[in-house]
Design a protein. Structure first.
Length: 132
């Protein structure tokens, strides 16, 4: 019997299986409870991020429309100014490419650690060893 069995976690990277693209275009989320005007900030074949001042709650379904396109989806997360939508069916890659540009992810270190100044005074200066 495994009372304390560790369950597999589903991280953000594991959930994303398709390339995300960045976009900044006007969009509308049409729902039974009323429409929301806003902007798309990223898009993929599987879903989108919709920026709006009053996003709907998680679990709400609606029709996301922008330009000449409309796709049905469900809100899977929401915060104070945006929400994530997963499409009921994957949208064509051609639609995604016509709407936005690729988000390139850099690999490697974020900063060049050799250019970060070392503390010479203060409480943390004693923690740094100097090999001069």
């Amino acid at each position: 019997m495994a009372l304390f069995q560790k369950l597999p976690t589903n991280t953000q990277d594991e959930r994303r299986t398709v390339q995300r693209y960045t976009v900044d275009c006007p969009a509308k989320l049409k729902m039974l409870g009323g429409d929301r005007e806003g902007r798309l900030s990223d898009l993929s074949e599987a879903g989108a991020r919709f920026e709006t001042p009053n996003p709907p709650q998680e679990g709400v379904s609606g029709l996301l429309s922008w330009g000449d396109y409309e796709f049905f989806g469900k809100i899977v997360w929401a915060n104070e100014n945006s929400c994530g939508i997963v499409f009921e069916r994957s949208i064509p890659l051609g639609v995604v490419e016509q709407t936005c540009e690729v988000v390139e992810v850099q690999s490697g270190p974020v900063a060049n650690f050799g250019k970060i100044p070392v503390a010479s005074r203060g409480r943390r200066a004693s923690l740094v060893s100097r090999d001069s």
